[in-house]
Design a protein around this ligand. Structure first.
Ligand SMILES: Cc1cc2nc3c(=O)[nH]c(=O)nc-3n(C[C@H](O)[C@H](O)[C@H](O)COP(=O)(O)OP(=O)(O)OC[C@H]3O[C@@H](n4cnc5c(N)ncnc54)[C@H](O)[C@@H]3O)c2cc1C
Length: 312
């Protein structure tokens, strides 16, 4: 199976072994086997925050697609990792539960949405998670309270310890279905008006740097990254932090992304951190650039007018 056929960004080559566990016990057994045999592996959700690399992956890939159960009991909703954000949000609406309306049309699955503490439209997944069941890198089934796993902006315990998020229990509250639906529609329309779904992408390639106080998209735009677009890789005309795949291989998208990071550093002295996750084998020729880290050297003269523009 070519991973490009299942990943949201439409990139990715073959893999030595693919697992698609049906429940947490099966998942635990598979991760134990992987661990005992010292096989390298990565987890793939919908792939909407990831760039899956082109070369054959000499290890295992764990898919979440068969972990798709969902159960509602009053205001408690228990969901397996592979359930997508949009249907989850719709189930909550059907049960008149508020707290998940912002997840309507947020691409991706619950497992990785929790893993990276995704956020948008004044919502953040940390606000509604009650508990999480995971499988550790050695195959042990574990349970966490929601309050123990979130570390702030796009930062969680699971990004550190590499646990597989298998099941999440949400605590929601009763709400007015008209208000919930109105907000869901607002989220959908706003994304569509920004042409986010025009071509495959991974959402924002770079995180925001809150110390700089200017969204990365503005820095990228002002640094002139659109000049880097080509026939197959296009920086969105609507949002300079979105990189569209118009038939490119992963390494071509990665090259453009690395050039974008350099342009921002040259103009502003800001070293952007990737939000996009790189999964698989990074080409030897790009490894050094991927791992590069430059010391911030903020050019206040260039940043000041942009900050004024952002603050209105
Ligand atoms: C058009 C568009 C708009 C977007 N807008 C936003 C936005 O507004 N806000 C925002 O926060 N994000 C946004 N994103 C990014 C994306 O929607 C989220 O990051 C989403 O949570 C990713 O889910 P996924 O299943 O596709 O993750 P994947 O890309 O499959 O995985 C992301 C990472 O999580 C790991 N992973 C996957 N599943 C699991 C699991 N079950 N347990 C442990 N690790 C796992 C993967 O190995 C990888 O490292 C956007 C993306 C797109 C394409």
């Amino acid at each position: 199976m070519l991973l490009k056929n299942i990943s949201y960004y439409h990139t990715g080559g073959t893999a030595e072994k693919i697992y698609a566990p049906a429940d947490i016990v099966e998942l635990s057994g598979e991760i134990k086997t992987i661990h005992e045999n010292q096989v390298p592996y990565f987890v793939l959700g919908a792939g909407s925050n990831s760039l899956v690399m082109d070369d054959h992956w000499p290890g295992a890939v764990l898919l979440c697609s068969n972990l798709n159960s969902l159960e509602v009991k009053k205001d408690i909703v228990t969901v397996e990792a592979g359930v997508e954000n949009t249907p989850f949000s719709k189930v909550c609406l059907n049960h008149e539960l508020q707290g998940a309306s912002w997840m309507n049309y947020l691409p991706g699955q619950i497992g990785s949405t929790v893993r990276m503490n995704a956020r948008c439209y004044n919502g953040e997944i940390s606000q509604i998670v009650d508990s999480v069941s995971t499988v550790s890198k050695t195959g042990e089934i574990k349970s966490y309270k929601g309050s123990d796993v979130f570390h702030g902006y796009k930062d969680t315990l699971f990004m550190e310890n590499g646990d597989f998020v298998a099941e999440v229990t949400f605590k929601l509250s009763k709400g007015n279905p008209e208000v919930i639906q109105h907000h869901m529609e607002f989220c959908r329309k706003d994304r569509e008006s920004k042409h986010q779904f025009m071509y495959p992408s991974c959402g924002c390639v770079f995180k925001n740097d809150y110390e700089v106080g200017i969204p990365s998209g503005m820095l990228l735009e002002d640094a002139g990254v659109r000049q880097l677009s080509n026939e197959k890789v296009e920086i969105s005309p609507y949002h300079a932090n979105f990189v569209f795949n118009k038939g490119a291989a992963a390494h071509e998208i990665l090259c453009v992304s690395l050039d974008m990071r350099d342009l921002v550093y040259e103009k502003f002295g800001v070293w952007l951190e990737f939000e996009m996750e790189l999964l698989g084998v990074i080409p030897e020729s790009l490894k050094a650039r991927v791992c590069e880290s430059k010391i911030p050297n903020h050019n206040q003269k260039e940043l000041a007018p942009l900050k004024r523009k952002f603050q209105g």
